[in-house]
Design a protein around this ligand. Structure first.
Ligand code: ADP
Ligand code: MG
Length: 344
């Protein structure tokens, strides 16, 4: 135990241990050296993923702490969804510059609301002083043969996305410039919704999947490379744009509150070229991109689990070299992915 023990343990008890939800699969939760979780059910394998959010890099300083709490877990649950896995629990490692109880309370409001909805209990973690940094490791389970690997796509497969794209990137651009952010774009950035229900419904249908964290074109490239495929054709008119980019209003109800810097007077929507650039290269949307057999087209199109938007078919895996954007006149143009890279 360190000198800071009392304060640290008090913080863990008040903010984390006190608010976790009971879950039959957690035999022992916060408070011992390890949590004890029931092993995955028969026929299922454990799916494990970690994702870290650093202030000033993954979110702007001063971001609503409730949305930081939500997003810290949401981006991890999104990785489970991208494998077709369902959540079992998560750990939270957190570095805090100071103990700010108001900030922590709001952070936990966002975090635990999503944890309860996703049936994903907090089972442990680590707490230390340092520049604001949140790291979650999430555990899930999936039938081994049904996990959506990036490597399962084949030429001729349909390519689908789970919802509108580009809203989060627009919000980043506007916020970085100090301009007002349209409310729905801010929601895409601050309150991404992990597509867990759709992922479950896609078991046995999706042949490969990835969650779009670094931009559609870049993440599609990851799938193509892993699958040993050379290219894809994306129909420009089919790419679903976030409402702030001129796309249709979302079908799915949103649970998010309007952020403080959002408003109706958020300036003109970007033109069509900027909109497609945000949609193809903008990261942080956390929609799923998946490949499926064209024979399953109608089944996939009809999936509508728990109020999620309808999956949208955007193109096909092809024998072309690279990603071709196909215009409504049939003209093609090669799209060089320009997604986000922390070290570029
Ligand atoms: P150890 O000394 O064994 O590493 P700690 O003193 O770091 O344990 O943590 C004490 C208990 O509190 C452990 O059960 C740990 O999982 C839990 N814990 C610490 N930080 C967090 C956190 N941020 N969220 C959830 N549980 C936490
Ligand atoms: Mg220990």
């Amino acid at each position: 135990m360190t000198d800071a023990g009392k304060g640290e343990f008090d913080l863990i008890r008040r903010h984390f241990a006190a608010r976790r939800t009971a879950d039959a699969r957690v035999l022992l939760g916060i408070g011992d050296d390890c949590a004890l979780l029931a092993a995955p059910e028969a026929g299922q394998v454990l799916a494990v993923s970690s994702d870290m959010l650093v202030e000033g890099r993954h979110f702007f300083a001063g971001t609503d702490p409730a949305s930081v709490g939500h997003k810290t877990l949401a981006v991890n649950l999104s990785d489970l969804a991208a494998m077709g896995a369902e959540p079992l629990g998560f750990t939270l490692s957190i570095a805090l510059p100071v103990v700010d109880d108001d900030w922590l309370r709001a952070f936990c409001d966002g975090l635990f609301a999503l944890a309860a909805r996703a049936r994903c209990p907090l089972v442990g973690g680590d707490t230390t002083r340092g520049p604001l940094c949140l790291s979650v490791t999430v555990f899930g389970q999936v039938p081994a043969a049904q996990a959506f690997r990036r490597s399962g796509a084949r030429v001729g497969d349909d390519l689908w996305v789970s919802g509108p794209l580009g809203g989060a990137a627009l919000a980043v651009a506007r916020r970085a410039a100090g301009s007002p952010v349209p409310a729905d774009a801010a929601r895409c950035l601050d309150w991404p919704e992990p597509r867990l229900a759709l992922a479950r419904a896609l078991r046995g249908l999706a042949k490969a999947a990835i969650d779009i964290s670094d931009g559609l074109a870049g993440d599609l490239t990851h799938v193509l490379v892993a699958s040993g495929c050379s290219g894809a054709r994306i129909e420009r008119a089919r790419v679903p744009l976030a409402p702030a980019l001129g796309g249709a209003a979302p079908v799915a109800p949103s649970h998010a509150e309007a952020p403080a810097d959002a408003g109706a007077s958020a300036g003109p929507a970007p033109d069509a070229d900027d909109a497609i650039r945000f949609a193809l290269d903008g990261g942080d949307d956390y929609e799923l991109l998946f490949a499926a057999d064209p024979a399953d087209r109608e089944t996939v199109a009809a999936l509508r689990p728990e109020g999620t938007p309808a999956p949208v078919r955007i193109g096909t895996v092809s024998g072309d070299l690279g990603i071709l954007l196909v215009g409504s006149d049939g003209a093609t143009r090669r799209w060089q992915p320009n997604g986000f890279d922390h070290f570029r």
